[in-house]
Design a protein around this ligand. Structure first.
Ligand SMILES: NC(=O)c1ccc[n+]([C@@H]2O[C@H](COP(=O)([O-])OP(=O)(O)OC[C@H]3O[C@@H](n4cnc5c(N)ncnc54)[C@H](O)[C@@H]3O)[C@@H](O)[C@H]2O)c1
Length: 258
């Protein structure tokens, strides 16, 4: 980086978002961390500051457009600019279709789709003004794979892919890129909780269940947060200046296997 750059990350209090925040702070970015769990966001920012970086924390529900605008305004006032926005916060839905309630659909749509839109929208005017910016969204390999489980989740992640493509076209003329990162199975609190529940329903250990899942992956390995950080770093770098509207799977080959 020739001069200091800044990132904003949602869902930065846990899993993929926290790992991204710490990684980008290590690269020298100033990092604003937002999470529904304010304390978790603060812990990430504290870790950044303890390592000598610049970290801000915000408690934020991304499904609230007014609050998201307010937080973005505070971030822009403090940092003066925003270079990379990572709309990453997301929620899983019940696995069993027959357990899904209308409120589960509402939550999935509100956080996974509208929350991504509100996050991006809050920073787009500033990026257009500077004719500079990188936007990343977190979709999922499940946004491409039909399945009988976690249906609201799959549907909303497919929507994130289409949203990412549309936004890429909207912002192309300003030199702003928009790309989706599509993680495969990544051992974060969200995934571990899902694995725990599914394994116990099947009467097997969590480790046995995760081994089974890894065995079904062509490369026989789960995705790590380091794998996702490597892609995010590249997409934010000058080398990716002309890559936009892409949804890139980091999944050990699952999506290309039949
Ligand atoms: N872990 C995986 O295997 C996997 C695979 C594909 C996609 N993803 C996606 O990656 C993203 C990050 O998930 P993760 O695995 O790190 O999960 P995680 O549960 O560890 O972290 C998600 C974070 O988002 C926050 N969050 C939830 N609702 C929010 C809201 N309304 N406003 C602000 N923050 C909110 C949570 O508090 C949590 O800190 C999600 O979009 C998820 O769907 C994860």
């Amino acid at each position: 980086m020739s001069s200091k750059e800044y990132v904003f990350i949602t869902g930065g209090g846990s899993g993929i978002g926290r790992a991204f925040a710490l990684h980008f702070a290590g690269l020298g970015y100033g990092v604003a961390v937002a999470d529904l769990k304010a304390q978790a966001a603060e812990e990430t920012a504290q870790q950044i500051r303890a390592a000598g970086g610049e970290g801000l924390a915000f408690g934020l529900d991304v499904s609230d457009p007014v609050a998201t605008q307010r937080v973005a305004a505070q971030v822009l006032e403090t940092f003066g600019q925003m270079d990379v926005v990572f709309a990453n916060a997301g929620v899983l839905s019940p696995a069993d279709y027959f357990e899904v309630q209308p409120t589960d659909w509402d939550l999935s749509l509100d956080v996974n789709v509208k929350g991504v839109e509100y996050t991006c929208r809050a920073f787009i005017p500033g990026m257009i003004e500077r004719r500079k910016g990188r936007i990343l969204t977190t979709a999922s390999y499940n946004g491409f794979r039909a399945g009988a489980h976690v249906i609201p989740y799959r549907v909303t992640k497919a929507a994130v892919v289409m949203y990412t493509r549309c936004l890429a076209l909207l912002l192309a003329e300003y030199g702003i890129t928009v790309n989706a990162i599509c993680p495969g199975v990544t051992l974060t609190p969200m995934q571990l909780e899902y694995a725990e529940k599914t394994a116990s329903e099947r009467g097997i250990s969590r480790e046995a269940y995760l081994d089974e899942r890894a065995a079904r992956i062509p490369m026989h390995e789960l995705t790590t947060v380091a794998d996702l950080n490597a892609l995010a770093e590249f997409l934010a770098s000058p080398g990716a200046r002309i890559i936009t509207g892409q949804a890139i799977a980091v999944d050990g080959g699952v999506l290309v296997s039949s």
